[in-house]
Design a binder for this molecule. Structure first.
Ligand code: BG6
Length: 611
């Protein structure tokens, strides 16, 4: 195994040239956003203003000359290259200021990102009749549509095996929207507008004809809908179909970007592979058809607003970074607790378990964002280079370490939210003697200068008492205790980042209890999204789909990242296959997991934070 760590994945990516921007398309003037400036979307009256995005503002026709910037130069091509560092700084500063958001009408939205509208495009959704498409992808597209974040020249080509007429498919989608749309009720006029852009394309993924006909249909749609050859292929199918679909697209040339414009991208859902070997094979198969810059691998946790805020919190503020290291931090806890069970996905879960379903992706992604070095820029590869360095710095575990530092659990029957629930082994499509874990906790370390000696405790479990995702940064004790006579025991500082629900950040510190003596007690400072910004956060899928359409891959995982993450999880699964399985079920539904998980921390004088 050791030999596989750090190898340059099936598709080495960091060195790829920047995406060859397709030739600019002459979009209708009113929709073309000024670079870095708000998209002056002349929206049809019936579509509502972008939620979570600043109220549309009329973008000034020209960039304003920046203060202290060199006199405006008519043709940028003739601009003198900066000769000194100062020139460079001034030039950058002037561009930054010119691109800065213009004054907005709604003060509550001040400072929020101004959204760009993507190029005209066809969104080809494979697995369109499946659960993911109905619950997540289409509701996200609808939300983007109703808030004017999709181009007018947009079409959804829904690909599935089952036969449907366009009308029948649209009405089935409408039912799902009524159930799953983030904003209710679903506005009929807005829906009709989007529905008229949805077509159904029936075909078997193994059949060449499916792709040939798809290609012809997309050409026609370019003519009728003005989608200009831009296509995004979204694979929301069973993972076993990913390679087959990609190969099918490649056979008919649907991956080829055209010289006259027309980009092609593929979005691939998780799980990406079942272990390291299968992930390498899948990366290789995808790499035979698409270049890495065309591939967008989804880990939807990266699209969550609070997860994105982690980067802002760490790198947009000056006071945290100097203490974000082994000198000040005692340990880090990352918890993903779910009160739900496996929700009818017994067959899937039997094959995955918590380590493949969560540890390999969501948990390691959260860890890499907490632990990464500041990237030089927020370009996709700069960011992903730093994340992958963190995962590479986690030492692979030996079998003994797995036995010592990783705990697995499986829930038995119990009570959640005052209702009786079945044990995992009684769930439909689950083997009554199943050895699949529904809980995993691990103690990991990161062998680099910043984190050496700081344990990262990660845990994830199904059927825990509540739904809560949290990252807790536990700071060290003060070096010298001045208030040891205090009536209460002052605890070291703690920073808790609540990813969901009740999104926010809490800082715990000691304060003097009012009175004549000196009594120090813990108090908290709390930031909550709900009260600080009176806007709803977008769903992760809205963010990710919009980013993929805009060609921004920062929130998508790269080939090497996925492989490195598997090389952490593979040795754990291999070691488990050789060890005696714990006495499953080893935790009752509605409790905080197996006792062994508490021991993991207790033996080092620590305990899981009560959430
Ligand atoms: C998915 C897992 O990736 O994430 C599910 O396969 C899990 O098992 C889900 O329930 C959790 O997502 P969220 O956004 O509800 O935290």
């Amino acid at each position: 195994m050791a030999a596989t760590r750090g190898r340059p994945g099936a598709s080495a990516t960091a060195k790829e040239p920047a995406e060859a921007a397709p030739a600019p398309v002459a979009a209708p003037a009113k929709r073309e956003p000024a670079e870095g400036a708000p998209a002056p979307v002349a929206a049809p009256a019936k579509r509502e203003p972008a939620e979570g995005a600043p109220a549309p503002v009329a973008a000034p026709a020209k960039e304003e000359p920046a203060e202290a910037a060199p006199a405006p130069v008519a043709a940028p091509a003739k601009r003198e290259p900066p000769r000194t560092m100062r020139d460079l700084r001034l030039a950058t500063e002037s561009r930054r200021r010119a691109a800065a958001p213009k004054p907005m009408e709604n003060p509550l939205r001040e400072g929020l990102r101004l959204e760009r509208v993507p190029d005209p495009a066809a969104f080809v959704l494979f697995g369109a009749t499946g659960d993911l498409a109905h619950r997540k992808v289409i509701p996200a597209l609808f939300q983007l549509w109703r808030t004017h974040l999709l181009p007018h020249e947009f079409t959804i080509v829904a690909v599935g095996r089952r036969p449907y007429t366009d009308e029948a498919f649209r009405s089935e989608i409408k039912e799902s929207l009524d159930a799953f749309s983030r904003v209710q009720p679903v506005d009929q006029e807005t829906w009709d507008d989007l529905a008229s852009r949805i077509v159904y394309h029936q075909g078997d993924f193994a059949d060449n004809g499916t792709y040939q006909r798809l290609s012809e249909r997309l050409e026609q749609l370019d003519e009728t809908c003005g989608t200009r050859g831009n296509r995004i292929f979204y694979l929301a199918t069973q993972p076993s179909a990913f390679a087959e679909i990609v190969a099918g697209l490649g056979r008919v040339g649907l991956d080829h970007e055209r010289r006259d414009g027309g980009w092609r991208r593929v979005v691939i859902e998780k799980p990406f592979g079942h272990d390291l070997d299968s992930a390498v094979v899948l990366n290789r198969e995808v790499g035979k058809v698409f270049r890495e810059r065309q591939v967008y691998r989804i880990d939807h946790y990266l699209g969550k607003e609070t997860v994105r805020n982690l980067l802002v919190f760490r790198f947009g503020n000056g006071i945290f970074e100097p203490i974000w290291n082994r000198r000040h931090i005692d340990h880090v806890q990352i918890t993903v607790a779910e009160s739900i069970g496996i929700e009818g996905r017994g067959a899937f879960y039997e094959e995955t378990g918590a380590s493949r379903d969560f540890l390999q992706n969501h948990l390691l992604q959260l860890l890499s964002l907490v632990a990464m070095e500041p990237p030089a820029t927020f370009e996709a590869d700069a960011l992903r280079d730093e994340k992958v360095k963190v995962i590479r710095a986690i030492p692979e575990m030996t079998r003994e370490q797995v036995a010592h530092d990783v705990v697995r659990g499986q829930y038995g029957p119990g009570w959640v939210s005052a209702k009786p629930v079945k044990g995992y082994r009684e769930e439909p499509s689950v083997n009554p003697a199943s050895e699949t874990e529904t809980y995993v906790a691990a103690r990991l370390t990161i062998d680099d200068w910043r984190w050496s000696g700081v344990p990262f405790y990660l845990r994830m479990g199904k059927r825990l008492p509540k739904r809560a995702t949290e990252i807790a940064i536990q700071f060290k004790e003060v070096p010298h205790q001045l208030f040891k006579d205090s009536a209460s025991d002052p605890e070291p500082n703690l920073l808790a980042m609540r990813i969901q629900p009740d999104e926010g950040i809490m800082l715990r510190f000691g304060a003097k209890v009012p009175g004549l003596g000196v009594d120090v007690r813990n108090v908290t400072m709390d930031f909550t999204y709900g009260s600080a910004f009176s806007v709803d956060s977008p769903d992760a899928y809205e963010t990710l789909i919009l980013d993929a359409l805009l060609g921004d891959a920062s929130l998508f995982t790269r080939a090497d990242e996925v492989e490195e993450a598997w090389s952490i999880v593979d040795p754990i699964i291999e070691a488990w296959s050789e060890q005696t399985v714990p006495d499953f079920p080893n935790y009752e539904a509605g409790t905080w997991g197996p006792e062994a998980a508490d021991d993991l921390l207790a033996r080092e004088g620590r305990r899981w934070r009560r959430i």
